[in-house]
Design a protein around this ligand. Sequence first.
Ligand code: KIV
Ligand code: ZN
Length: 533
Amino acid sequence: MAINHPSFGVMDPDRVIIFDTTLRDGEQSPGFSMNLEEKLRMAEALAELGADVLEAGFPIASPGDFESVQSIARRFAKDGPVVCGLARTSPGDIQKAADAIKDAARGRIHTFVSTSPLHMRVKLRMEPEAVLEMVTASVTMARNATADVEWSAEDGTRTEMDFLCRCVEAAIKAGATTINIPDTVGYAVPEDMFRIFNTVRERVPGADGVILSTHNHNDLGLAVANTIAAIRAGARQVECTINGIGERAGNASLEEIAMALRTRQDAIPVTNGVQTKNILRTSRLLATITGFDVQPNKAIVGRNAFAHESGIHQDGMLKDSSTYEIMTPESVGWTKSSLVLGKHSGRAAFKDKLKALGYEVGDNAMNDAFKRFKDLADRKKVVYDEDIVALVDDEVVRANDRIKLTGLSVSTGMHTRPIASIALEVDGEVREGVAGGDGGVDATFAALRVAFPHDVNLKLYAVQSVTGGTDAQARVTVRLEEEGKLVDGQGADTDTIVASARAYVHALNKLLVKRARTAPGEFKSEMGQALSA
Ligand code: KIV
Ligand code: ZN
């Protein structure tokens, strides 16, 4: 029977809904937190990618989460994605989620409770019958707030089948329109997944009138395989994240699912709305925002995913690329010629290039990016697509920063103590600092602490090369910690020390945003005093 869904209308039985949870399950993993501007930018990119539902956050978790879900909900019109807020079963949680999505053109509340014997006994300390009552009560309350309600059986794959079916039936009776059965701990194998979805579909009254959804974690590296198995057994919503980020080993990766469905249409004859050409730039945007690059051999988006090193493979590729490529690099957004512009390229060529790379940049950001491009082209022999992506992402990432790096000079070498002298603009006020250190980067960070006194812990410092060669841009990630809160900053430049300073300043800006979002008194630091002084 065709499903008449409150957000999607009468559904094509072969259409798979792409539910992206990068901004919720992805963002809640250590080190991956994003500020509001970054979440909005990711949400836009995910909408352009063709995600049908964006799980934008967990509104009760913090005022910042609430604001993000609310802002993303307000961002999209009816033709945009459904915006979803997560809630546990308590009325407070559900009310917060309802408030956060209230202004959405199409909004969803996603409520969940644990159903496995282990979670009910140890985590909830509740009897199964009481959990069952909570399912009905929570879905009923959510349904009174919005027509589009998803219910999840947390630890669903370790739940007894009879009890799972009773819970699903209760949720459907109470008005849930999507039923999600997560493999919360990444324990299932594809055969389990197929059996569970088949059983629910066949045994639960009303299951043919709702969307069945699958949500898989990657603890055994099986998240995508399990997702495919669930689709084959009738699931028509897949929950996933860009680059597979998420709790512990991560969630099923959106790009891998999308390309498996596209490449193996013969084996899995379903459709979806992913614009695969946008995959690479969405993946890179997330990497820039979070500071975590994917590993080189990551399927679809890793640097080596379409690289051919051995002579035998290269020979085959030259004869016919299908000898060693099951999909084209262009189909996911890789461009063939990576050599692009030089120092004589003008504004129009630069703008064209940005468009080809998928960027629509406003006039101010365009002017700043063009200035930085000219500067880069002066210093670097060839400017590659990757350089431009790093530069523009860097520009967009720092568009709303309160602290700006305006000058840096460092003297360093053998048998001499490195000294850095730095200039900042903090809310428009000029600040300067000079300090020595154990190396150029250490001296730079010390000078930053002089110009802008603060007391945070440097947790991670990582440098990556954007392209090859000694004139390549360095992309630096800096992770800072203040009272248990972690933030990552990124910076790119041909000079590693300048890139390091940019990354540190970016991280400081994120701490300021975090501080402003935290309840007063909860988050004290010298940094806050420095700003309000
Ligand atoms: O993994 C999980 O069980 C979840 C639920 C909240 C859906 O993320
Ligand atoms: Zn999860």
